[in-house]
Design a protein around this ligand. Structure first.
Ligand SMILES: Nc1ncnc2c1ncn2[C@@H]1O[C@H](COP(=O)(O)OP(=O)(O)OP(=O)(O)O)[C@@H](O)[C@H]1O
Ligand SMILES: [Mg+2]
Length: 316
């Protein structure tokens, strides 16, 4: 069981939401980029819920073709289709009293969407080829890394199902938006992989940590985990050094710090003025007061920097 690292305020808020939702029986939609930690959060919610000692069942809607997926989800009776030589319960049945996680929910075909809607609304279903109606009590957690609302407008996802799944919505932010979580995550992952590979690596050098903190991790926590695992395996000493990190990551960080031009004082001033104008809702007297300069001086600066229009735009 992994602990969810939440040092950043944004992730602490996510955890608070998750724990509040865990205490209820509401269906939950978890969104977030690939590798951000949606699966990890789903498991955390289950373990914090009254269903914790009951089954935690996951099904990936993206990997199976639609007929097989339906058979997996709903189960089937003997002879339901060619090759169904035995009756088999599905994942929904297996999740009775527990939690059912539907990963990559956007890939669910229209037919299965309709059936799932019935499961949610009536808490019952039949196996494929079956007549017996089976009652089910499970909490649903749906995961997606695509914009489900957009899928609804495209009509590839049923709106009624979307609302049924989206009773509570939790967004797991990408790692680059919560860099404060990185040291804690790196520490936990280091421990995990050192144990897995029997290596006595117990920390990261300041420099290695600085490289990681400056990298954007498009693959999020999964990419960090792979990076740490590799570093643990190749580290020569008890500490991971920056040389143990992939060249691509070190190069990306170097390009970023060297490539970023420092702004001039005039640019900073111009930005701050338009920001203040936005805060003052375009009211120049108010903006001048906040900035501690005269109205006349503000008008001069606006004319010089051409920031007046932005101020109005900021005002909506
Ligand atoms: N907060 C966290 N603390 C510790 N480990 C984490 C955390 N978040 C994610 N991980 C680990 O990172 C990896 C990726 O996380 P996970 O599988 O939950 O991502 P995901 O959002 O479901 O990605 P995908 O959309 O690709 O399925 C897993 O190995 C998971 O254990
Ligand atoms: Mg996942």
């Amino acid at each position: 069981m992994i602990e969810i690292v939440a040092q950043s305020s944004i992730m602490r808020e996510v955890l608070r939401m998750a724990e509040r939702a865990a205490a209820s029986d509401a269906n939950i939609l978890v969104t977030g980029e690939s590798g951000a930690g949606k699966d990890a959060l789903a498991l955390h919610i289950h373990s914090q819920s009254r269903r914790a000692t009951q089954p935690f069942i996951k099904i990936d809607c993206a990997t199976l073709p639609s007929e097989l997926l339906e058979a997996e989800l709903f189960g089937h009776e003997r002879g339901a289709f060619t090759g169904a030589s035995d009756a088999r319960p599905g994942r929904i049945e297996a999740a009775h009293k527990g939690t059912l996680v539907l990963d990559e929910i956007a890939h669910l075909a229209r037919d299965a969407q309709a059936k799932l809607l019935r499961v949610i609304e009536l808490r019952e279903f039949e196996r494929l080829g079956g007549r017996r109606t089976i009652s089910i009590d499970a909490r649903l957690i749906a995961l997606t890394n695509v914009d489900l609302e957009a899928a609804v407008s495209r009509k590839s996802f049923r709106e009624d199902l979307y609302y049924r799944l989206n009773v509570v919505h939790i967004h797991v932010p990408p790692l680059r938006e919560r860099r404060e979580d990185l040291p804690g995550l790196a520490r936990d992952l280091l421990k995990t992989y050192a144990a897995k590979h029997g290596r006595r690596v117990n920390g990261l050098s300041q420099e290695a940590l600085a490289v990681l903190k400056n990298y954007d991790f498009p693959g999020n926590v999964r990419e960090l985990a792979n990076t740490i695992e590799r570093a643990v395996v190749i580290a020569a000493g008890a500490r991971v050094e920056s040389e143990d990190l992939p060249e691509a990551i070190r190069a990306a960080v170097l390009t970023k710090s060297h490539g970023a031009r420092r702004r001039t004082l005039a640019e900073v001033e111009a930005d701050y003025i338009s920001e203040t104008l936005a805060v003052a809702r375009g009211n120049k007297s108010e903006a001048a007061r906040i900035l501690g300069i005269s109205r006349k001086n503000l008008y001069e600066k606006i004319a010089r920097y051409g920031t007046g229009e932005e101020g109005k735009r900021g005002n909506g």
